[in-house]
Design a protein around this ligand. Sequence first.
Ligand code: GLU
Length: 273
Amino acid sequence: MKTASEALRSARKIVVKLGSNTISDANGLVNKEAMRPIVAQIIELIRSGKRVVVVSSGAGSCGVGAIRKWSRRHNINYKQALCAIGQVELMNAYKELFAEHDLVVAQLLLTRGDFEDPHRELNVRNTLFTLVDEGVVPIVNENDCVSVDEIKIGDNDTLSALTANLWAADLLVLMSDIDGLYDKDPHQYEDAVLIESVSNVKELRKSIDTEGKSEFGTGGMVTKLHAAEMVNQYDTAMIITNSRKEDILGRLMRGEETATVFYAGEELHTSGH
Ligand code: GLU
C-alpha cells in the first residue's frame, strides 16, 4: 500500500490544484491571507528540488468581489465577464505572493480545444517545460471567456488532471476543504473513516454513490474521482488533502499527516505516457 506521504516524497513533477474556496472569501475578495501559507508550502516543494505547476480556480468568485455587482446574474456573458475581471485579481495576488520569495509567475489560460489539437497541445507542453526549466511558476486556469457550456472543461479538477497528463507529472495534489475521501459522508456520519489509499479508483467509483443521491456523491467528490482515474491511467498518483490544515504539504512530506492517495495498482498499469 502506498501512502500520500510516500507519493509526495517521491514525486519530482507535481501539479497542485487550488479551489475557489481557498482563493476567495465569502464576499468574493481574493483571500491573500489564506493564499500566503499555501504559496509558502509550494515554495518549500520547489526549494526541495521538486517542479511545480499550479492550477488555480477563483476567477469567477474574485470577479464579483472586484466589481461588487453581478453576483446574481446567471447570464453566460456576465459570468464570463466576471471571470475576465477576476482572473486579473487572481494573478495579481499570485504575482505578489510569489515575488515575496523572489519567484516569477506566468499565466496560462487553456480550453478543451488546447488539449484535443496535437499542435496546440505541443505548444502548451513546450511553454510549460520552458517556464518550469527556467524557474518560473506556471499558474493555469480555464480560459472561461471563450469556453461556453458545450465546449467547457467545466471544473478545475478535470483541468488539473488534463494538465498533469499533458506535462507528464508524477503527482497531482488537489488542495481541497476536506481531508480526503471517506467511506461515507463525514458531515453526516461521525464514524466515517478516511480512506488513505486507493489502488483501483475505477472499481471504487462503481461502489460509491456518484449519482448524487446522497451528499457524499456530490460536493465535488465525483469530479475528483474522475480526475484520479484520468491520471492513474498514466501511472500518475493523485492526492486529495485539506488546504486549511496548517503546513499540510510539509506535514505530509514528514509523514505527520494523512490524506487520500490514488495510485495505479497492478491492474491499472499501462506503459508510460
Ligand atoms: N475556471 C473557474 C474559475 O476560475 C473555476 C472552475 C472550478 O472551480 O472548478 O472561476
